[in-house]
Design a protein around this ligand. Sequence first.
Ligand SMILES: CC(C)(COP(=O)(O)OP(=O)(O)OC[C@H]1O[C@@H](n2cnc3c(N)ncnc32)[C@H](O)[C@@H]1OP(=O)(O)O)[C@@H](O)C(=O)NCCC(=O)NCCS
Length: 143
Amino acid sequence: MENVLIEKFTLSDLNLIKNTLETDFDDFWNYNILEKELQNDSSIYLCCKVNSEIVGFAGISIVLDTAELNNIVIKKDKRGNGYSSFLLDGLIKIAESRGCKNFNLEVASNNIVAINLYKKFGFKQVGMRPKYYNEVDALLYTL
Ligand SMILES: CC(C)(COP(=O)(O)OP(=O)(O)OC[C@H]1O[C@@H](n2cnc3c(N)ncnc32)[C@H](O)[C@@H]1OP(=O)(O)O)[C@@H](O)C(=O)NCCC(=O)NCCS
């Protein structure tokens, strides 16, 4: 049976996936950036473990009453199983419990899966930065 856990993403968790981070998760996520993020007091990171295997992680930064999604990523061969929904749900609840009134994020306009994920949680598009990622627009969403 599948045992799914959402828990704090620690430096020791990050070290467990260090060598597969860029190949199995996403080539955008760099170990050194994440290591700094996990030590940043204004950041909160969760990971998703399935039968003890780390299948994804996500994090927010909180400034005053606003949370900003830093990243959310699921291992390539584990996508489509609802794991990112568990992570985002966990982060939204933490942001609420810390008194956040806004939850903002930015997403590439061609990242349809991520946009569907955010819309499912009720995020609304509030802006756009044209050609922000090379030729691709960045869309700004808020909850
Ligand atoms: C975006 C990402 C985190 C989604 O993770 P996931 O665990 O596969 O997503 P889930 O299974 O929880 O699905 C969440 C929602 O996304 C949408 N979705 C999932 N797979 C989809 C697909 N193949 N096509 C279209 N929409 C899809 C659906 O709305 C889904 O909700 P539903 O199944 O209840 O309808 C994952 O694809 C990923 O890691 N992508 C690379 C990193 C990235 O782009 N991160 C976001 C920007 S920082």
